[in-house]
Ligand binder design. Structure first.
Ligand SMILES: [Zn+2]
Length: 428
């Protein structure tokens, strides 16, 4: 059964219901969205949205997304192999020795190693990364990149990574040397400080390295978004748009930043490929992240995982380390590949947990967005737009383990449930 939108059946139930609701309400009603909760079948309305996709579209997005499950595993095995090569063939100790010949200063020695490590890993990882991020994306028709442009962005990313990891990893090793017994605690604090810093700084300083951000032109779209922001106490007085279409076809938006760096940004795919209702719905969702303090909450949740991760790494380091690798102890920078390998294993194992933390926040933002923007159909249409690269209707456990957003089915179902429970829209 399809959700009733056409004339005859709609009219039969619409009139008595509208009259009844009208009698109770003191404000005029918006006729089109008045729907009798009793006959609105949420599951059927959800299915009607899913049926807009052809079987071929569903098969392609399922294949793309399910392939991603395996890619996570291959990525882990690939990175463990790189770590093993660096340790087992003495490459790591040689990089350390080179740094020690260069300078007597600990900071220079450590950062020299980190720079070499970052470059070597970039080269060794390149075949995997180019498959995952360029060739595979093109195979599924999701990328707009030429290889040259894509590679150029990889180089910019490498530059950012060089600066960030030289500072961040050097800080962790400083902590290990200064506090050999309690470094797991202080290292965790350093890790948490780093993710907070990245969260605050990246939308303002890093994102513009990859995309052109411009103030959205004045007009009803911008005014609608700013109105939504004011209504929900999001402290932003401008809306930015960025040219994501040069990279991919994906629609997205965000409200990012902390402590005065808050900004609302939406990409040109969202502006060009979706309706005004969908834009409003998506912005309602993004503002939900801000209003519900998801940034600080994520830092706390991930902070706890980082603390446990440091304990795991400390425990695992001595278990796995081999004398013939020439590592002088956990404070020796030559042991970095082992440390990163242990972190990779740890974060791989807790993936269902990290996915669930994010997914629960996303579901909260979804419901906030529905209440704020009141566009259940606009939101459902936007979710259909995401179906190109997200499996729409996974199994229960599949969603818990692999999904960092609620599945398309559940998001549309939630929207239709909201629509059923809010049958009357007040005229603005
Ligand atoms: Zn979100």
């Amino acid at each position: 059964m399809r959700f009733c939108v056409d004339g005859e059946t709609h009219l039969q139930i619409f009139l008595p219901v509208a009259l009844l609701v009208f009698a109770c309400a003191t404000v005029p009603l918006h006729a089109e969205t008045s729907t009798d909760g009793a006959i609105f079948d949420v599951a059927a309305a959800t299915q009607a949205y899913l049926d807009r996709l052809t079987p071929e579209q569903r098969a392609a997005s399922d294949a793309y997304f399910e392939g991603g499950y395996w890619l996570n595993l291959w990525q882990l095995l690939y990175s463990l192999t790189i770590a093993w090569v660096l340790l087992n063939f003495g490459i790591s100790t040689r990089m350390r020795d080179l740094g020690e010949r260069l300078s007597r200063f600990g900071f220079v020695r450590v950062t020299s190693y980190i720079a070499q490590y970052t470059l070597v890993v970039f080269v060794l990882y390149f075949p995997f990364v180019s498959y995952r991020d360029f060739f595979r994306e093109h195979a599924y028709g999701l990328s707009n990149f030429t290889f040259a442009d894509w590679f150029n962005e990889e180089l910019i990313g490498l530059g950012v990574q060089l600066v960030m990891s030289c500072l961040g990893i050097a800080l962790i090793y400083l902590v290990i040397r200064k506090a050999p017994r309690t470094w797991t605690i202080w290292g965790s604090f350093a890790g948490i400080a780093m993710i907070s810093f990245a969260f605050t700084v990246s939308p303002v300083f890093i994102s513009p390295l990859f995309n052109d951000y411009q103030s959205l032109e004045e007009g009803p779209t911008k005014e609608k978004i700013l109105s939504l922001a004011r209504a929900n106490a999001v402290p932003a007085d401008d809306v930015y748009q960025f040219d994501a279409s040069k990279q991919s076809k994906r629609i997205s938006a965000n409200v990012s930043g902390l402590f005065g760096t808050t900004r609302i940004s939406l990409n040109d795919n969202l502006l060009d490929r979706t309706s005004a209702e969908s834009i409003e719905a998506v912005m309602g969702h993004e503002m939900g992240h801000y209003a519900l303090n998801h940034g600080p909450k994520m830092i706390v949740s991930f902070g706890i995982l980082i603390v446990i991760g440091f304990v795991f790494v400390r425990w695992g380091f001595d278990k796995v380390n081999r004398p013939d690798w020439g590592i002088r102890g956990v404070g020796d920078i030559a042991g970095l590949p082992l440390m990163i390998a242990l972190f990779s294993v740890y974060f791989f194992l807790v993936t269902p947990l990290t996915n669930s933390i994010i997914r629960i926040n996303e579901a909260e933002a979804d419901i906030f967005g529905l209440n704020a923007a009141r566009q259940p159909d606009g939101f459902s249409e936007a979710i259909l737009g995401l179906s190109e690269y997200r499996k729409m209707h996974p199994g229960y456990w599949e969603e818990i383990i692999f999904f960092d957003h609620p599945s398309g089915y559940n998001r549309i179902y939630m929207s239709m449930q909201w629509k059923k429970e809010n049958p009357v829209k007040l005229v603005e």
